[in-house]
Ligand binder design. Structure first.
Ligand code: AMP
Ligand code: ZN
Length: 114
């Protein structure tokens, strides 16, 4: 756990969240400001600053991606389609410095980029 990390506090239960999926390696919960009907964040329980840091632990990265696929299944968007997003760095508007996978879907999403 990293002091002053919002998502570490959510994982520890110090800040409330709505759980969607949980296992030994990851925790998934609803985004507080959803950008689609389904918008879930999948975070590794272990603190890593961003997706690039997470890539240094391929087993954990794989657990995050598998959990994202399970979230898509339980949220009922596996067939209709969904989007996985990792925002990294300023140009991507990243705001929370604990690696997280966005799972977006449940409606037609807009185009990508600008
Ligand atoms: P990013 O911009 O990729 O760093 O995404 C951070 C996400 O965390 C944003 O989509 C926020 O809406 C979301 N978020 C911030 N605070 C909370 C919270 N307390 N509970 C759930 N989601 C949050
Ligand atoms: Zn953290």
């Amino acid at each position: 756990m990293s002091a002053d990390c919002l998502f570490c506090k959510i994982i520890a239960g110090e800040i409330p969240s709505t759980e969607v999926y949980s296992d030994d390696a990851v925790y998934a919960f609803r985004d507080i400001n959803p950008q689609a009907r389904v918008h879930v964040l999948v975070v590794p329980r272990e603190h890593h600053e961003d997706a690039e840091a997470l890539a240094g632990n391929p087993g954990l990265l794989s657990s995050v991606l598998k959990a994202g696929a399970e979230v898509a299944r339980v949220e009922g968007v596996r067939e209709s389609g969904f989007r996985f997003v990792f925002n990294t760095g300023d140009d991507a508007c990243r705001t929370v410095f604990h690696a997280h996978l966005h799972v977006l879907g449940g409606e037609q999403l807009s185009g990508f980029g600008r």
